[in-house]
Write a protein that binds this ligand. Structure first.
Ligand SMILES: [Zn+2]
Length: 215
């Protein structure tokens, strides 16, 4: 069976979000957008997130400031601001299940992502924690990331890819990337595989034991 892929776009919304939404809409694809509070507060940004939600995309919490990873700043007040404060800012953009994606550095899954206080908040707040399995580093390779990603997708049956709806130029190659997925029979799905979701609605899944937590 050809591999499957779930697409995610982090760190927006920015004007590039509109470009990404146009591409996805043209192909009838749905993705996840993990948005940052400080970006959501910029002029015009909320309308982009509302459009994404209206068009069937998943809107997730990617922290209020995306400044210090919660595994580094494992402080209850900071955790509350970054997770709960951002969730409040999202408001009715997320009417149901609350999706949180932590951040670390360079797309690595390590103990920078979450500390004990953050984990406790996610569990008590019944959040679904969404990690990833493929990071083609589009921000530092805006022209070549699709080829890097295609090679990586071949290594597992179902990948969650992290891209960025940021003005790096990388999203200019999104149509070519999606064409290549089509050509290889790789299906783009909206669901999230358990191996990238250590918590669903605050409850541990089979991959919870592999979640690195600081402290
Ligand atoms: Zn991020």
């Amino acid at each position: 069976m050809p591999p499957r892929v779930t697409l995610s776009f982090d760190n927006g919304p920015t004007p590039v979000t509109a470009q990404v939404l146009d591409v996805l809409a043209g192909r009838g694809l749905r993705a996840s957008f993990f948005v940052v509070g400080e970006r959501l507060r910029r002029p015009g940004a909320r309308a982009l997130a509302e459009r994404a939600a209206r068009e069937g995309h998943r809107i997730g919490n990617h922290s209020l400031t995306h400044a210090t990873p919660l595994g580094v700043a494992d402080d209850p007040a900071e955790v509350e601001r970054e997770i709960d404060g951002m969730q409040a800012l999202l408001g009715d953009l997320v009417p149901g299940e609350k999706f949180f994606r932590p951040f670390g550095g360079g797309g690595r899954i390590d103990r920078n992502l979450l500390g004990q206080h953050a984990l406790e908040r996610l569990v008590r707040g019944a959040h679904t924690c969404v990690l990833w399995s493929s990071v083609p580093r589009d921000w530092e390779n805006p022209g070549g990331w699709p080829e890097v990603c295609l090679a990586d997708l071949a290594t597992r049956p179902w990948s969650v890819v992290v891209l960025h709806d940021l003005p790096t130029g990388a999203m200019d190659r999104l149509p070519a990337f999606l064409d290549a997925l089509d050509a290889r029979g790789i299906e783009v799905v909206h669901e999230l595989p358990d191996d990238c979701v250590p918590l669903r609605l605050g409850r541990p899944t089979a991959s919870f034991a592999a979640l690195p937590v600081a402290g």
